[in-house]
Design a protein. Structure first.
Length: 404
């Protein structure tokens, strides 16, 4: 295993995580995820961000450091841009190996070091504009970027190489293998990582889009030649591409979504699905692209990504014991938690002996700022009249999306 040079003095270390574990205990990572750390070497050595002990990630870092002739004991400073345990979980063990390490983070980050790991010595709080001179012209400058996506987060800048160490900002799901840089992946691979960067953004960062925009604004004066996140591709050929992508994602729930429709459906015995098929015929007739997800068969992580980017949403669900179909209730709760606002939405569904989903649904979406088309419910199997109404509802939703 080796470190990857960004410049003569700046190196990327990365541990590929391939596991059935869920990221943050919620999100599936069937294609893995990378944990990226960085070495900046002057007269003294700084390590930027750490790992958790996850599928032997510390051993991967140790081997990559060894390729530079460095051990954990040689590091003078540990820069923690973000205190979430995927970047700090191995901190206790690291401190035992290198007890004299100085840990640098924002003031709120230092407080989290104390509460998560109970350290109180060799801690330095920094703020925007503060610098750390490592010698040989290597100077790190810190920029507070709160709520991207925790309140203590910051980014670290190294001007000589033009590298922005952005931690969770500009990251992606997906393991990297034996490559880390954007110019080492082909077009098909970039398509995969683009999808995974959207899913990562919607799952992890989406609630905080306004803070993404503020962070990018704060960094406008920097001549960025490399974007080095803590998950996913390191961008050295087209560093602003991932920044622009994130800015686009930040507008998806604030007036500039993709003119697409995300269809989310669940059906107990097929009656809701028959009705949904009619809605889809209406959408197809208007030529609007759509994605489709069945719950609970598909994980909400993928539902969220498409719902986040799409201008329109169809929610097709039966009434279940006087209330919403439980998997759909969970989807709506996640959409609320992740601030999936300002969508054109159609809800449909069947019921058996009595309805009830409508009342719970309308209460659940009260804060979402959705424009709701007239919903349609029916008892048992849909009639030909129901199917005509549903097809027209699909057309209406598609037309509303096209008009945006």
């Amino acid at each position: 295993m080796k470190a990857y040079p960004i410049s003569d003095s700046v190196f990327c270390l990365h541990a590929d995580i391939q596991t059935s574990d869920l990221f943050e205990g919620i999100w599936p990572i069937p294609q893995g995820v990378s944990l990226n750390s960085y070495v900046v070497r002057g007269d003294k050595i700084a390590l930027i961000d750490l790992v958790r002990d996850w599928t032997d990630a510390p051993k991967q870092l140790e081997a990559e450091l060894a390729s530079l002739g460095i051990t954990f004991k040689d590091i003078s400073y540990l820069i923690l841009n973000h205190l979430e345990p995927d970047h700090t979980g191995w901190l206790g063990e690291f401190k035992k190996i290198n007890p004299d390490i100085e840990i640098i983070s924002t003031a709120k980050g230092i407080e989290l070091v104390k509460t998560f790991y109970h350290f109180s010595e060799n801690l330095r709080a920094v703020k925007t504009g503060d610098k750390l001179d490592l010698g040989r012209g290597m100077v790190l400058e810190f920029y507070e970027t709160p709520n991207v996506h925790w309140p203590e987060t910051m980014m670290t800048w190294e001007a000589q190489s033009g590298t922005l160490f952005s931690c969770d900002a500009f990251g992606s799901f997906g393991a990297l293998g034996d490559r880390v840089f954007d110019d080492q992946f082909n077009a098909e691979e970039h398509t995969f990582y683009e999808k995974e960067s959207l899913r990562y953004y919607a799952n992890i960062v989406g609630s905080f889009s306004i803070f993404v925009e503020r962070a990018v604004k704060k960094l406008e004066g920097l001549n960025i030649r490399c974007v080095a996140p803590s998950h996913g591709i390191v961008w050295r050929k087209e560093p602003l591409k991932i920044v622009e992508r994130y800015l686009k994602y930040a507008t998806y729930t604030n007036g500039k979504p993709e003119k697409e429709i995300a269809i989310v459906w669940g059906s107990m015995y097929g009656n809701t699905k028959v009705g949904l098929d009619a809605v889809i015929r209406g959408i197809q007739a208007e030529g609007v692209p759509y994605s489709i997800h069945r719950v609970p068969n598909e994980d909400v992580s993928y539902v969220l990504a498409d719902a986040y980017k799409s201008a329109g949403i169809v929610l097709a669900m039966p009434t279940y014991e006087y209330a919403m179909f439980p998997p759909m209730a969970y989807v709506i709760d996640i959409l609320k938690r992740k601030h999936v606002y300002n969508k054109q939405v159609l809800r449909i569904g069947s019921w058996g002996w009595v309805g009830g989903a409508k009342k719970e649904y309308e209460a659940a979406i009260g804060d979402l700022k959705w424009t709701s088309l007239e919903s349609h419910e029916w008892p048992g199997a849909p009639t030909e009249s129901d199917l005509k109404i549903l097809e027209e509802r699909g057309r209406s939703l598609a037309r509303a999306v096209k008009a945006l």
